[in-house]
Unconditional design. Sequence first.
Length: 165
Amino acid sequence: MRDEAEEWLVREAKTHPIIRKLSTTPGLGTVRTAQVVAIVADPHRFRTRQQFWSYCGLGIVTRSSSDWVRDKRGQWLRAEVQQTRGLSRKRNGVLKAVFKGAATTVITQMVDHPLHAGYQRMLEAGIKPNLARLTLARRIAAIVLSMWKHKEVYDPQRQAMVVKA
């Protein structure tokens, strides 16, 4: 029954032009693209890629709890506090899984792609693998948002220019 449902989803998704265009994104196939389109519905809801990242659960937030301390005279002063960083807890779990899965696909299966080369450069620069994968997922999400807004197919040459810069 699951195979039939997936077959129907792929068949139905291929009839929509935007899904065919977005499916050209590295790491995204027809099923992942259909999930993105079904959940987001309209890319113009997000003015910036940062808003889209936050919605997907890929936005980085800073949390702190003790911002103010008393000095010796009893006055309140802003404290120099080490702030913890993490991903937004307000998220759409399916979108987060889609983009992190796409990043994993690029890392494991698309060794000669410019996005994979960018991932390798991050690792060589000393960035932890999980943070490099998150950066790659964010890059893929930004690419999808831009492609969708402009109704264009993926252009690897354009990505190669961005990665070199």
